[in-house]
Design a protein around this ligand. Structure first.
Ligand SMILES: O=P(O)(O)OC[C@H]1O[C@H](O[C@H]2O[C@H](CO)[C@@H](O)[C@H](O)[C@H]2O)[C@H](O)[C@@H](O)[C@@H]1O
Length: 388
């Protein structure tokens, strides 16, 4: 089991630096990652993409408790700004952070800086993209209903999907995440992978009938139970200001981002008392959220495997899955890739975390840059082939 975001007193400077980074108004003083090509280059490549498109057209997280409820909630929320100023102004506090970050960077280097290494690894293989939504394609915000992705990000994802089969894998319910992304040519795995659907508009790189046939809902029998628990939780948590229960169809999210920290314990107790009557449901933690889901052995890792199989890409030798995500629940997918020795996992994080991913990116902005670079690289290699 990974030990994400677990901060002990000795980690306090690091936690404070995390706060600085996670709140994005201040920046962690670390060398910015190298980028390949800027906006101008990208416009040129967009033109090339359109040309090449025409040319080709003619041919677990693991469940259970991690310590106490409250510890677990705190562990998933290292985003307070309280000590940020102290960190920024104190060299003695900054030094250990940098050393620790540098150490982490050795284990989980920047995918931007290692771009050539990544593309070299994928040589001769078919890249398949898996993208988490919240915190990966959209920045984390207080109101889950307003977690919009930018138009620029949408365009980058659209371009990626023209080059590689692309799936969105999210804890949100499939319809909701689709309404945010609004790209019909993608695969969507909602409810932490428990609701998978192929594209409604056929992507260029997949046979239409194959794409449309993909559908997987391994937790259907839990629907009535989830509905019931949703109602009970809304009722029980109603008195806690800022608490919010989100119905994600096959799972539920209890948000505490806007709850006063003094009330976290009370909220945890409420959730705990409800779940006592539902032993077939388990709880995991995400970014200031308690996630309630069926105890079935299904997670984002299983969803990734399902999609690879369905697409006929399960073969080790000719597929290179790239999974990008920021959350504990994405660790299940990173682990699958690591265990299979196939493709790469990229963790989106500005702070050191225990992870099964092999690379990192700092935030959605850097994810967008990475996606654009992949498209440019792909088009460059296609164009080179055409020239030959
Ligand atoms: O798998 P994901 O796509 O990363 O979804 C995980 C949860 O993301 C959302 O919550 C998170 O983002 C919110 C908006 O930025 C933020 O307010 C919240 O604190 C985060 O936990 C979503 O609302 C949940 O339903 C997903 O399970």
């Amino acid at each position: 089991m990974t030990n994400h975001n677990v901060f002990t007193p000795k980690d306090m400077p690091l936690a404070a630096a995390a706060a600085v980074a996670a709140n994005a108004t201040l920046h962690y003083s670390y060398p910015p990652p190298r980028s390949i090509g800027g906006a101008a280059d990208y416009a040129g490549f967009k033109k090339l993409l359109t040309q090449l498109e025409h040319r080709s057209n003619s041919g677990g997280s693991s469940g259970g408790w991690i310590g106490s409820w409250l510890d677990s909630m705190r562990a998933s929320s290292p985003t307070h700004v309280a000590s940020a100023a102290a960190v920024l102004t104190s060299p003695s506090l900054m030094a250990p952070c940098t050393a620790e970050y540098e150490e982490w960077m050795k284990q989980c280097p920047s995918a931007s800086n290692k771009f050539e290494e990544i593309t070299a690894k994928s040589k001769g293989k078919k890249i398949v993209m898996f993208l988490d939504y919240d915190g990966t394609l959209s920045p984390i915000v207080d109101d889950p209903d307003r977690a919009y992705m930018s138009e620029a990000m949408r365009e980058a994802v659209r371009d990626v999907a023209k080059c590689f089969p692309t799936a969105i894998v999210s804890g949100r319910c499939r319809d909701k995440v689709f309404n945010f992304v609004r790209l019909a040519e993608l695969y969507y795995a909602g409810s932490h992978g428990m609701d998978i659907r192929g594209p409604t508009k056929s992507p260029k790189n997949i046979r239409e009938e194959k794409a449309k046939a993909i559908l997987c809902q391994p937790a259907s029998e839990f629907l009535p139970m989830i509905e019931e628990v949703h109602k009970v939780l809304v009722d029980k948590t109603g008195s806690i200001q800022g608490a919010r229960v989100e119905n994600n169809k096959f799972c539920l999210s209890v948000h505490f981002r806007c709850v006063d920290q003094k009330k976290w314990d009370a909220l945890a107790e409420q959730v705990k008392s409800v779940l006592k009557d539902y032993p077939k449901l388990r709880l995991t933690t995400g970014r200031k959220v308690l996630e309630i889901r069926p105890t079935i052995k299904w997670d984002k890792g299983k969803a990734l495997e399902f999609l690879l199989e369905s697409l006929g890409y399960a073969n080790f030798s000719d597929v290179f899955p790239v999974y990008i995500g920021d959350d504990r629940t994405d660790e299940d997918a990173f682990k699958v890739l690591r265990d299979r020795g196939q493709g790469i996992g990229i963790l989106v994080s500005k702070v050191p975390k225990d992870t099964s991913a092999s690379y990192s990116l700092q935030d959605p902005a850097e994810v967008m840059n990475f996606l654009r670079n992949l498209v440019e690289w792909k088009l460059r290699s296609l164009d080179d082939r055409v020239k030959v």
